[in-house]
Write a protein of this length. Structure first.
Length: 157
């Protein structure tokens, strides 16, 4: 699985903590910046780079961090096939994957501490779509995902 990470100045600290955590776990990822907080990238450019890679099939998951996570999510969700979720707990991270098949995790560096951010990233990266649900729920969630794909086809021309 190809994972991309990125942050603006507000998310730099947390992104760096998550990057170190992923390295320590042996998880491969690509850091698209901000690489130097003195020369930050803006949230729209970094979210666009991550989301376009996912939309085009060049990556499977993304982790984006700004001050609140909101700007990253709003931008990333402008791209077809991107399902970006603003998350502030491990539970929400796992369920963003289980129920919504989220492929971009958006975090708030002003809101979430380093330890919690790493735990949230783990939950997001290690949980699968429909994981642990009974078959009736799997069928329902797959039907909802198909409906969302139809909406995308209609709305993203």
């Amino acid at each position: 699985m190809k994972i991309l990470i990125g942050a603006d100045k507000g998310g730099f600290r947390l992104k760096e903590a998550i990057a170190l955590h992923l390295k320590e776990q042996g998880v491969e990822f690509e850091d698209l910046g901000t690489l130097d907080p003195e020369h930050p990238r803006d949230f729209t450019s970094i979210a666009s780079d991550v989301a376009s890679a996912i939309s085009e099939g060049r990556a499977e998951r993304g982790i984006l961090v700004c001050g609140t996570g909101m700007g990253m999510a709003v931008t990333a969700n402008k791209f077809k096939s991107v399902r970006a979720a603003v998350v502030e707990s491990q539970y929400a991270a796992a369920y963003s994957r289980k129920i919504n098949d989220a492929n971009v995790l958006c975090l708030g560096g002003f809101i979430i501490g380093d330890t919690m951010g790493c735990e949230i990233a783990d939950a997001f990266l290690n949980t699968g779509f429909v994981e642990g649900f009974p078959q009736w729920r799997v069928d329902f969630l797959n039907s909802q995902k198909a409906l969302l794909a139809e909406l995308e086809t209609k709305n993203f021309k």
